[in-house]
Design a protein around this ligand. Structure first.
Ligand SMILES: [Zn+2]
Length: 251
């Protein structure tokens, strides 16, 4: 691969966030505040990007609505498993994470059956961003994650940053697209829908059911979000620095 500025930028953000999260977990006293980013020798703004921000994760479907089906997989179950893993990354970075539902019993008992009710709950939370998680479906040869937005520069750039990470992770080439989807259209905050892959592609279905794959995939969604927040706030000399050699093994 060639080292484009974007590639280097992505690497640097991923590495720095990884170090931050590592130091966060190591130095954070139980139940207390982090002892500060300066100990990790990082630019202080990195640690502040998500701290105190409210992120809503919305696993698509749930309850009586299973969503799409693969040979074995049920979309709502995969959406929930992935959203729960994504929640962990955001929480590690200090974000306040809300989920529209976080267990099968939650939605069965809850008031968020209907997409309209779900949206009104979302808009009451005054969140900084919304990430919907879905699985795509189509012809069995279709594959690859794809990130959608409805309108607004913030949603577009968030979708771009996440999709670039997912392209990198999966070696696929689907591009960001606009979609007229009820939740995206009426959400009062930057909002994207990440279709994490095609449940109707047997190979991708198998991966989507794999816990390790889910974890890796959510890392890249998380890093894309960090990169979106970093836009324009990162010193140019750091973006232009050569990538650390220990990251070269990725390709
Ligand atoms: Zn869906």
């Amino acid at each position: 691969m060639t080292w484009t500025t974007r590639t280097v930028s992505r690497m640097m953000v991923a590495l720095t966030v990884a170090i931050l999260i590592g130091s966060f977990v190591l130095v954070r006293p139980a139940g207390g505040q982090s002892s500060g980013e300066s100990e990790a020798g990082l630019p202080p703004l990195i640690g502040d990007l998500l701290r105190g921000r409210t992120v809503i994760l919305d696993p698509g479907h749930g309850g009586f609505d299973p969503g799409a089906r693969g040979r074995e997989a049920i979309e709502s179950e995969i959406n929930l498993a992935i959203a729960l893993k994504l929640r962990t990354w955001f929480q590690m970075a200090g974000a306040h994470v809300l989920m529209t539902w976080d267990s099968p019993s939650d939605i069965e008992a809850g008031r968020k059956y209907r997409v309209r009710d779900r949206l009104s709950w979302i808009n009451q939370q005054r969140a900084d961003l919304l990430i919907d998680i879905h699985c795509n479906s189509g012809a069995s040869a279709y594959r690859g994650p794809q990130t959608f937005y409805w309108s607004g520069a913030a949603s577009y750039h968030l979708a771009r940053a996440v999709q670039e990470e997912l392209q990198y992770f999966t070696h696929t080439r689907r591009e960001v697209k606009r979609i007229d989807q009820y939740v995206l259209r009426y959400a009062h905050m930057p909002a994207i829908n990440v279709e994490v892959g095609f449940i109707t592609n047997p190979e991708e279905e198998r991966r989507l059911m794999d816990s390790r794959y889910q974890q890796d995939l959510t890392w890249y969604i998380f890093i894309g979000t960090e990169r979106w927040l970093l836009k324009g706030r990162w010193p140019a000399e750091l973006l232009d620095a050569p990538p650390p050699t220990d990251l070269l093994i990725r390709d």
